[in-house]
Design a protein around this ligand. Sequence first.
Ligand code: OAD
Length: 243
Amino acid sequence: MDKIKQLSHWIADANRIVFFGGAGCSTESGIPDFRSGNGLYSKHYGQLSAETILSHSFFQKEPELFYDFYRKYLYFPNAVPNRAHKILAKLEEQGKLLGIVTQNIDNLHQEAGSKNVKELHGSLSRNYCSTCKVPYDTEDIISLEGVPRCECGGIIRPDIVLYEESLDSMVIEESLQMIYDADVLIVGGTSLAVSPANSFIRYYRGNQLALINLSSTPFDYKADLVIHEKLGDVLEQAYEGAL
Ligand code: OAD
């Protein structure tokens, strides 16, 4: 059977779909991913790689450079949800999708209307003072020049997981439970190159794992259906076919 038709059948019969996604989910919204040819990791900042800049120790040592990079390459205030985000939100509203586990920090699933979103790597839409932990809105800190500082003098930071930092244990637990409970697991727009997130899909127990990604991943062999096409195209066609 045609692969997209197969996915349509799975979606039509499912009521506990879980979507596990990454940066490829937001490229159609104009946010570059990390590891494609023109992705964020192709950007070098002098001698520094993006991985270095997005690390905990670099943030502490060089917050000016971190914030300069953040404003140029990380924060996309004008990006809006695309077809993939919207279809996933509709599936949740229809009671077919349990929730989303995402590595993205762009808040676009929530902007599309998704409610149950586990953000493994945090979110740029939340910020807090690294000293006194007071929360700050992104609009308030982005309008400031240079390094945003709290009234207490501490540096304000985005609530994202930097390299050298751990994932939130509650988010891990809830994500793994959701994947464990899934009848259909759709993995989309992620190279599955980053640990520990890429190991999460091992918690899926079913036999309807669809992996949709433009390029191949180290976990293609684990999927029951592998589609190397655009996520928006595939979800749109599969969703329409399931109606
Ligand atoms: P990557 O950039 O590693 O992978 C994105 C994948 O999406 C690539 O394999 C692309 O081929 C694919 N892709 C791009 N556009 C697509 C589209 N329209 N449809 C289908 N596939 C598409 O991004 P992630 O896997 O999300 O972590 O990266 C994981 C983590 O690496 C990020 O969360 C970030 C980074 O280090 C932290 O910053 C902690």
